[in-house]
Design a protein around this ligand. Structure first.
Ligand code: HEM
Length: 210
């Protein structure tokens, strides 16, 4: 769970960096974003990473489901006084719910962008590359879709807030001097990833559709 989670965190950094190109001035953004997508999709090394990514998502979700069921069974009504709300954070107690929201987002997201790009017929830009830029810009022209994305990114943020630090604890970093540093690194990582992703649909909506 920890290893697949950290691999997914690494993907988020790369994916955010690639998608931030959407914030460039329009003429540059179209060419650069579409070229970037073509280079990624044509590279065999990236293809292997991409399948590893899908495998990680599946394994991470299945294992999360198993843990949630085990936890439910273990925390029956035997406790005289439930102190879990006092000693644990909201995000740590709701990882299953947060993960489910992210999973629903992912299904919609992959259908709209990844599937369209890989199997759909897309118009070409002036350089002859598939115009994924226009697909993304037109998707974020719908306010409800922008809001849906923001809700999913906030769920991702809360999920990371607990998940990032917890993954290192699982790998044995806790208790040690590194532990406190990793806790703050987790908060910083979460803030950058969440804000970075939220800025994109908001920017596209305000810049191209109002
Ligand atoms: C504003 C934010 C985002 C934008 C504009 C965006 C855009 C895209 C686009 C255009 C693709 C298809 C092209 C490609 O494969 O690279 C894609 C694929 C994908 N996105 Fe996103 N994305 C965003 C956020 C996210 C988030 C937060 C997650 C995870 C929770 C995510 C997970 C994925 C995955 C797993 C793929 C398939 C990658 C692959 O082909 O290997 N995306 N995204």
């Amino acid at each position: 769970m920890a290893l697949t989670g950290l691999f997914l965190c690494l993907f988020l950094v790369v994916h955010l960096a690639g998608n931030l190109q959407l914030l460039l001035p329009k003429e540059t953004a179209v060419i650069q974003f579409n070229l970037y997508s073509r280079i990624l999709s044509g590279n065999y090394f990236i293809k292997v990473i991409s399948w590893l990514l899908f495998l990680s998502i599946v394994l991470h979700s299945i294992y999360a489901l198993i843990i949630t069921i085990k936890n439910r069974k273990a925390s029956g009504s035997a406790y005289a006084y439930d102190r879990r709300k006092v000693v644990s954070s909201w995000s740590s107690r709701n990882m299953g719910l947060l993960g489910s929201i992210i999973l629903i987002f992912l299904v919609i997201h992959l259908k709209d962008f990844w599937y369209q790009y890989s199997f759909g017929t897309l118009p070409l830009d002036d350089e002859g590359n598939k115009d994924l830029f226009s697909i993304v810009v037109s998707a974020y022209g719908r306010l409800w879709y922008v809001i849906l994305n923001i809700v999913a990114f906030m769920a991702l943020g809360y999920h990371l807030l607990h998940g990032f630090y917890s993954a290192f604890k699982t790998l044995g970093v806790y208790p040690s001097k590194l532990s406190r540093g990793l806790y703050y690194l987790g908060i910083g990582f979460t803030l950058i990833i969440t804000t970075g992703f939220i800025i994109i649909p908001v920017f596209v909506y305000l810049n191209y559709h109002t």
